[in-house]
Write a new protein. Structure first.
Length: 183
């Protein structure tokens, strides 16, 4: 599965489980359980290997997952979600689903992280504040932007916040101009 496919599928699962969890008023509990499970996976490479590696069969993985679920005292909703992902051979998406749920939560709070790329070593704070102000005005979001130097940008900036991308670099403008002329 390609990285784009993984991200897309993870977003779908994240949005679906967010809606389901909201229906039972357990969104924060669900996120805490998901965070705990991801931490367990990060702490135990053996557990991660058994649950994610295709070498192990479903009938070998399931009792181990159920044991982890029981010992961790997860809610019925979260437990069933893990078993569902295992049955669908999608349990390996769990770290990406967690990331996507965090992004959804941040979006709902009006808080997003993003990047602004340019050719300078660092961005002038006035320019940064203007970009943030524009995003607040046009998109109704309040992002926290980190600056990254990008040697492929000759002049201008490229802003990425979640799925939104604004490319006002000279290089992008020239590419668009060439496309216009060739058409």
């Amino acid at each position: 599965m390609s990285n784009q496919s993984t991200i897309f599928i993870s977003k779908i699962y994240s949005r679906a489980i967010k809606m389901i969890a909201a229906d039972v008023s357990k969104t924060t509990d669900f996120l805490k359980e998901l965070e705990h499970f991801v931490e367990l996976l990060n702490k135990s490479s053996d557990l991660e290997t058994i649950l994610f590696h295709p070498l192990f069969r479903l009938d070998e993985k399931k009792p181990i997952l159920l044991d982890v679920v029981e010992k961790s005292n997860y809610s019925k909703l979260f437990s069933e979600f893990l078993v569902f992902l295992l049955d669908e051979k999608r349990l390996g998406l769990i770290p990406q689903i967690y990331k996507e749920l965090i992004v959804i939560e941040d979006e709902e709070k009006g808080f997003l992280k993003g990047t602004i790329e340019g050719h300078e070593d660092q961005i002038d704070q006035d320019k940064l504040l203007k970009v943030v102000s524009w995003l607040k005005q046009k998109l109704k979001i309040s992002p926290v932007l980190n600056y990254e130097k990008n040697p492929q940008i000759t002049a201008g900036y490229k802003v990425t916040v979640g799925d939104f991308q604004l490319d006002v670099s000279l290089d992008h403008q020239l590419d668009e101009f060439v496309k216009t002329i060739l058409q």
